[in-house]
Design a protein around this ligand. Sequence first.
Ligand SMILES: Cc1ncc(COP(=O)(O)O)c(C=O)c1O
Length: 398
Amino acid sequence: MTGLAAPWWQGGALRVGASGMHIGGVAIADLAALHGTPLYVYDRARMVGQIEALREALGTVGRPARIYYAIKANRCPAVVQCMRTHGGVGVDACSPREVALALSHGFAPEEISVTASVLPDRDLRTFAAQGVHLNLDSADVVRRYAAIAPKGTAIGLRIDPETRLGYGDATKLNYGGGKLGLAPEDVVAVAQLARDLGLRVDTLHLHLGWGIQRRDAPAVRTAFLRMRELAIAVGDIGVVNVGGGLGGQLRPEDDPLPPADWAAALRDTLGDLDVTLACEPGTLLVAHAGLLVVQVTSTFEKKSQRWAGVDAGLGIHVYAAHYGAPLSVLEVARPTAPPTHAWNLAGHINEAADVLGRGVGLGDLQLGDLLALYPAGAYGSSMASDHCLRGLFTEVLV
Ligand SMILES: Cc1ncc(COP(=O)(O)O)c(C=O)c1O
């Protein structure tokens, strides 16, 4: 049973007040009464605070730095607008429509960095017309882009991190050794191919994984060192982009790598190269700024297990079903009350996998009770589907 005795989630965006949980200083019950459920709520101050903290950490590296917000994490218009107006960051996009969305929010093409895989020619033509910088990851796509883009177009090369780290060891959670990125031993030859075909290779790119933990620090340093070696071997590299991957806690035992430690690894491995350092945070900036409020709509017992059914499911929040990643389930009215029962939390989709939590320690749940699923600011609404036509939800920024 997951106890709530030590509410590790308190602080940051979430507080407990007289009327239960608050996010960004606003009572969640009031938001639910106003907007209904299921309801995604995001705290603007937390997002801006995260950007500032990341900037501060990057400031210790001693190199010019750029932050590109990974828009795939959350493309709610109010969130993107917050990044634009309060964050002053660029955008990491992975599809022509993500680029179009960023452009529609006022980001200039040069503020957008595209890192995408398995790109058809039609995407490459659209990117060329949009005037954005691409990080590419195979000889095949380099050849096809060289035939489309004007001579002298700058590109980056994405490198396979060949490591497994972060929130878990499941294939879905890992980025090394799969379809993404060039094998490190192929990078110099592909860079030469690009140059022979009239492209300019100005960037090396790496995305390590999801939810990098403190225990991963040695692997992170090794990967950054390899970027250093490759930057020297390829030559004329102006930007080393180290992607996203910094996260927060999904459960009490998580111990995420602090941005300051990550920045120290950057300083020690890449700090003396004459390059700009870039990164693409998604989770770090928005995950813990958001939660999903749902309502208990049924309760039942089966083989002495308690089940609570709620008015949302895997269609609008895929963490548990798709990633097997745990979520904290908090009672909005009594988030710090000691748990009295273990509950399984059933989503309302007709799929056996649609279980949002198992054995969660909560109180004596009643119909109409509000629950908050946390964190839910990243890869929640942005991955939502309308499966079973159950995909409706509202999003608000406080
Ligand atoms: C290339 C790339 N950059 C950045 C990100 C953002 O990662 P995170 O949310 O872990 O910061 C991702 C996530 O999939 C990615 O694939």
